[in-house]
Design a protein around this ligand. Structure first.
Ligand code: ZN
Length: 357
């Protein structure tokens, strides 16, 4: 029964997202005539295991990805969120492609929201089913900031094991690796990895960029410039804003979702930063204060150690979406207790009666 239900959901999702279905994805030859069953609990808010989800073929455009030794034990899944995804506002662009993923967690509903320049999936995990969308993003700077990827996976595991910690008003989205190409350079694998996969003592700077050599946090359409800066070095910001498939996919994901709050983890400046383009966006600063106070990080209006152009959180401020940058203390630590406290504060602010940032 469960399998039949999910196959039906997946079939309907595939039909509804027809324009987005990856090539190689077989469509049914005959549309089902059945009415979509009403998803009753526990499916509406259930945390699904990979075993609950039907297998699907690997999309053809994932072929260029490098060997994925970390994810061979489980089959790719098709996201079945026909009943779970929120309705975007009327003027929002089409929903992001949410068809398949190769990076299967045992927990959460997983979907590839796009693919990297190197052909690797950008996987988003979705937990809970409330109307307020919270998005947590690790690994924008790939393997150079590999600890942010591990922090995201640890939080994914925590909330999958403790679904009661997610308010009923919230759907939590976690994207552990926004730059999977850069992760692969340093960790040597896609998907989950262990700290022992990384040579923390090495110069992992090359893992900051995607396969095109672009710094993905200089490629967003806020004060974008061809040459971005990292400290006193010029770095490649892409040919134009959103020239990179990763930033374009994230942009579309955010615009469709209209999140209430977005957190980007970086390392290792030790602080929480608001956003704005160019002036400070007060809602982002309020979010920074909420997170930073709970976590015990210093809170700043903006990152001003050096000029940053094309920043993700600044572009989100232009969309009236509060987003913050959380810089972990070092390139190795997860600052686990701090970030659990920060995320928990953001989630609680979404409860009825909670103090919204
Ligand atoms: Zn960074």
């Amino acid at each position: 029964m469960v399998n039949k239900f999910w196959r039906l959901l997946v079939t309907l999702a595939a039909l509804g997202l027809g324009g987005c279905v990856s090539s190689g994805q077989p469509l049914p030859t005959q549309a089902p005539t059945a009415v979509l069953p009403t998803p009753v609990s526990p499916t509406a808010n259930a945390v699904l295991s990979a075993a609950d989800l039907p297998a699907s073929p690997t999309p053809a455009n994932m072929a260029p990805a490098a060997p994925t030794t970390a994810v061979t034990q489980a089959p790719p899944v098709v996201l079945a969120t026909a009943a779970a995804l929120p309705s975007p506002p009327p003027d929002a662009p089409p929903a992001p492609s949410a068809t398949a993923a190769s990076d299967v967690s045992a927990d959460g509903r997983a979907a590839a929201i796009g693919f990297s320049a190197g052909g690797r999936p950008l996987t988003a995990y979705q937990l809970g089913g409330g109307p307020n969308q919270i998005v947590l993003v690790g690994g924008m700077h790939g393997g150079y900031e590999w600890n942010t990827v591990l922090l995201a996976y640890r939080l994914l595991d925590y909330f999958a094991e403790n679904p009661d910690k997610i308010p009923e008003t919230v759907t939590l989205h976690i994207i552990p690796a926004a730059n999977p190409d850069g992760q692969f350079v340093v960790a040597g694998r896609d998907g989950r990895f262990a700290p022992t996969d990384v040579d923390a003592a090495a110069d992992n700077f090359s893992g900051r960029f995607n396969s095109n050599g672009v710094d993905l946090n200089r490629n967003w359409d806020c004060q974008w410039q061809t040459a971005g800066m990292w400290r006193d070095q010029e770095i490649d910001a892409g040919e134009f804003p959103f020239s990179e498939p990763e930033t374009a996919a994230l942009r579309d994901f955010f615009l469709a979702l209209q999140p209430t709050a977005v957190v980007f983890w970086h390392s290792a400046a030790n602080g929480v930063y608001g956003a704005g383009c160019p002036d400070l966006y007060q809602s982002a600063y309020a979010l920074a204060q909420l997170y930073g106070t709970a976590a015990g990080y210093p809170v700043y209006e903006s990152f001003d150690s050096y000029a940053v152009t094309g920043d993700a959180s600044d572009w989100l401020a232009l969309q009236n979406i509060p987003a913050i940058t959380v810089e972990l203390e070092t390139h190795e630590s997860l600052d686990w207790e701090k970030n659990l406290a920060g995320v928990t504060a953001v989630l609680k602010s979404q409860q009825p009666g909670g103090v919204a940032p």
